[in-house]
Design a protein around this ligand. Structure first.
Ligand code: MF3
Ligand code: CO
Ligand code: CO
Length: 275
């Protein structure tokens, strides 16, 4: 079986395990979706502060998405009823927005995925509510470095999927941080979550070869303590087992002939805090 599938024009795609290889139309679609996703996070930089509730962040994300003529892909996704995920402190990912207000010193990840003309722009960043501890800042800095080192590994000629996780894990290990294994990056495009699964801890030189036209996310979740997580009774919120802080950044990228295009880069250079 061929694990790759060349996508032409408007053809319908399925979650059939194949890795899709897109052409110029796909790049154009992802560029637009990724740009809106990044602009939404840019807007949040001035909004996220102590006292703001995660529900208010969610309202803002929904309004901005709808105003732009797009739809939040998470709304109604597998029963999820919100427009973003808001993951505070020891929450690894999939924190559900609600009436909880941010406290001074909290770190929070906001993960958005506007669906623009059928394309998913999936990205997340960390935000600071006031002044976080030195420990929290260090974790956030290193997590951003992990994402960018993963992207760099993907942009090398002849790179394989495992090179990404190898680069991320090697960097996290230097700080004795734990790389979360239970959640992964993923193929993205007309489908929200598609093949391949992009693990953030892996062996270099393993996995499928990266080919021009592949679209996927890299979204490392890094814990200040052990890598282990668990999902709370709400069925979504993933937290660290040891209650240690967790951070995450996510970009949607496309493999090109000579490297990588980052679809979700901030047009304003607001890719990481402090903003
Ligand atoms: N945006 C998340 C990701 O990076 C997925 C969130 S799905 C939700 O893949 F339902 F929890 F919103
Ligand atoms: Co994602
Ligand atoms: Co996401």
């Amino acid at each position: 079986m061929n694990q790759y599938q060349i996508i032409e024009g408007d053809q319908t795609v399925y979650r059939d395990g194949t890795i899709k290889l897109h052409g110029p139309a796909g790049f154009e679609g992802m560029r637009k979706a990724g740009r809106l996703a990044a602009e939404i996070l840019d807007e949040l930089t001035a909004f996220v502060r102590p006292g703001v509730t995660t529900g208010a962040i969610d309202d803002k994300v929904r309004e901005m998405t709808l105003d732009a003529g797009a739809v939040p892909a998470t709304l109604g996704y597998r029963g999820y009823a919100h427009s973003c995920c808001t993951s505070i402190n020891h929450v690894i990912c999939h924190g559900i927005p609600g009436d909880k207000a941010l406290k001074e010193g909290d770190i929070v990840n906001v993960d958005v995925t506007p669906l623009v003309d059928g394309w998913h722009g999936d990205t997340s960043r960390m935000f600071f509510a006031g002044e976080p501890s030195l420990k929290a800042r260090k974790l956030v800095d290193v997590t951003y470095e992990c994402l960018m080192l993963g992207i760099e590994a993907a942009s090398r000629p002849g790179a394989r999927l495992g090179d990404i996780g190898a680069a991320i894990e090697a960097h996290a290990n230097q700080f004795r941080y734990g790389v979360v294994r239970e959640f992964c990056g993923h193929g993205v495009g007309r489908l929200f979550h598609d093949a391949p699964e992009v693990v953030h801890a892996a062996k270099a030189g393993t996995g499928p070869e990266l080919k021009p036209g592949m679209f996927f996310t890299i979204e490392p979740m890094i814990n200040a303590g052990k890598p282990w997580g668990k999902v709370l009774g709400d069925g979504w919120t993933a937290v660290t087992r040891d209650k240690s802080l967790s951070a995450q950044f996510e970009h949607s990228i496309g493999i090109t002939e000579n490297g990588v295009e980052i679809f979700t880069k901030s047009p304003k250079g607001l890719d990481k805090p402090p903003y």
